[in-house]
Structure formats: C-alpha cells, structure tokens
Design a protein around this ligand. Structure first.
Ligand code: GLU
Length: 298
C-alpha cells in the first residue's frame, strides 16, 4: 500500500504554495487508495508555534485534505532521534556561524556553505580546549548519491564536494531536520514523498542517512514551486495568497480547481471537487515546470 505524508512546519500561516504541495501529495495517495499521514515538524522551538499547527489542521480540513493518522509532533520524538544519532559516525564541530560563513567559504548551488571539515580531525586535547558548545556533524564519503525523482528525473550529488559533513544535532541540542525527517518517515512506513522542489537539495543527504541506518528509500517526487502568473515565486509576504484571505474571495472548489489547473491536471481554471480530482489524477499529466497560478487569483 502507498503510504504518503504531509509534513508542514508550523512557522507561519499556510499559503497557496504549501497547499499546492499538500494537494499533490494527497491526490497521489488517495488516487492509489493509500494511507495519508500528517506530521507536524515543530523541531525548531524558536520558529514554531502550536497555534500555527492548529490553524494548519483547520486549513487542511476545510480544503478536504484529510489524513488517516497523525504522527506525534517532532518536538516530542527526541528519543527516537537520539537513538538513530547514536548509531551514526558523528563528531563535534565548534565553528561559529561567522567562521562557517567566512567570505572565502565555497557555497553550494543553493547558497549553503560547503563545510570544509575544520573540526573533522581534531584531537581529544584540541576538543577539550574548546569552550563553545558543539554542533554534531556526520561524516560523508567522497561518493555520489543518486536517485530517480518521479518528476525531476535522475538527481546526483557528491556529498563531500557539494555539501560536506552536515549537522545532525545543533549546538542547542535540537536534532536537525535531516535526521528527524529520515527517522520519522522510516518509522511510519512512508513509501512516497511528494514535496516542494525547494527541498530537493536535501534529498541526497536524507538518502545517505537512510542507507547508514538501514532504512528503505521511499519514492520521491519534487514538485516545482508555484509561481504567480508573471512567473514570480510565491512568498509568505504575499498576504493575498494566504489561505484565509483567499477563502474570503473563492470557494474551496475554486481554490482546488485553480491549483489543479496550475499543476496541469485541469485544462482550464474552473471549480473542481476533491472527488473529481482524485478520480482523474495522473502523474503523467503533472507539469514538470512552469506551475503558474491563473491571472485572476490576484
Ligand atoms: N517541514 C518541511 C517544510 O515545511 C517539509 C519537510 C518535508 O516534506 O520533508 O518545509
């Protein structure tokens, strides 16, 4: 059975871009008669708030995006992450943010700093002399990780060259998204991950962790980010694509229809019910680029 999930971070209101990822994840699972899991990714105590999580659930329910199971929120699953963390080859890293972002540091294509390995081979005495609380990184080999994405085709990354040893636990003790997501997906039997293209660059790291931990790799489909009719990426600052604002101007069926049309699932921008979209869903129809909202949304 297909097991899919939607894993939002409750760090703000849902905007149409989040709804779009959720809808495609849902349609894929529901059209296959599978099981849908909701997981609130509230790892970061500085950014996440319970009221956003409550609003997220209400928004999903209003849209008709239901779930069969809700996994325990990430903030309450520290033990599972600690257990996985203990099985991995990690080391403490004492570099400050400024040291990591030094002007000369090489950057990956997504703008992230490629870790140079400064703390990789410190001796016990060198570690003992440090006063800063360390973050913990996992060692990565100079090898390519590759996988075939349902929409993007073959993706390859050499973690050592394009990312470097990456953080699994922050200096404040919070486990990193990369580790939590891998543990949660595996322990809940997720077989299919449909999510935004903005997370594609994390996937090779997640697959690497799955292999180290002996977990199966699910199927992936990274969907292009939704853009406005002029081709600009939607952002949270666009209050007009906040679901609450949209719900005042459009019915649920109109919102579902405009998203389905943007994805290539409907030929024209018209109302559609969830049942119709489930019955006619087909990955072959989903566009691989240029997912744009119709003009009249704005
Ligand atoms: N929590 C992440 C976000 O809201 C999504 C993680 C995922 O789908 O793997 O951006």
């Amino acid at each position: 059975m297909v097991v899919g999930r939607f894993a939002p971070s409750p760090s703000g209101r849902m905007h149409l871009g989040n709804v779009f990822s959720a809808l495609l994840a849902w349609l894929s699972v529901r059209s296959a008669g599978g099981k849908m899991i909701l997981r609130i990714e509230d790892l970061d105590p500085d950014r996440c708030r319970p009221e956003y999580a409550a609003q997220l659930r209400r928004d999903l329910e209003w849209l008709g995006l239901d779930w069969d199971e809700e996994q325990t929120p990430q903030s309450q699953r520290t033990e599972a992450y600690a257990e996985a963390f203990a099985r991995l080859d990690t080391y403490p890293c004492y570099c400050s943010r400024n040291e990591l972002h030094a002007a000369s540091a090489p950057h990956a294509s997504d703008g992230a700093v490629i870790y140079s390995g400064t703390c990789r081979d410190l001796t016990a005495a060198e570690r003992a002399a440090k006063t800063r609380r360390p973050a913990w990184r996992v060692r990565v080999p100079d090898e390519e990780v590759s996988f075939v994405d349902g929409l993007q085709g073959e993706v390859r990354e050499n973690l050592a060259r394009e990312c470097g040893d990456f953080i699994l636990r922050r200096s404040d003790g919070v486990y990193a998204y990369q580790l939590a997501v891998v543990v949660d997906d595996a322990l809940s039997g997720v077989s299919e991950i449909v999510r935004g293209h903005d997370i594609l660059s994390s996937t090779p790291r997640q697959i690497y962790l799955q292999r180290l931990l002996g977990f199966e790799t699910p199927e992936y489909a990274h969907i292009p980010l939704l853009e406005d009719a002029q081709g600009r990426r939607l952002a949270k600052r666009d209050g007009d694509t906040d679901l609450t604002a949209l719900a005042k101007r459009f019915s649920r069926e109109e919102i579902l229809g405009m998203l389905a049309c943007s994805a290539g699932l409907l030929d024209e921008n018209r109302s559609a019910t969830m049942e119709e979209l489930i019955d006619t869903f087909d990955w072959e129809k989903v566009r691989t680029e240029d997912m744009r909202l119709p003009e009249d949304v704005f």
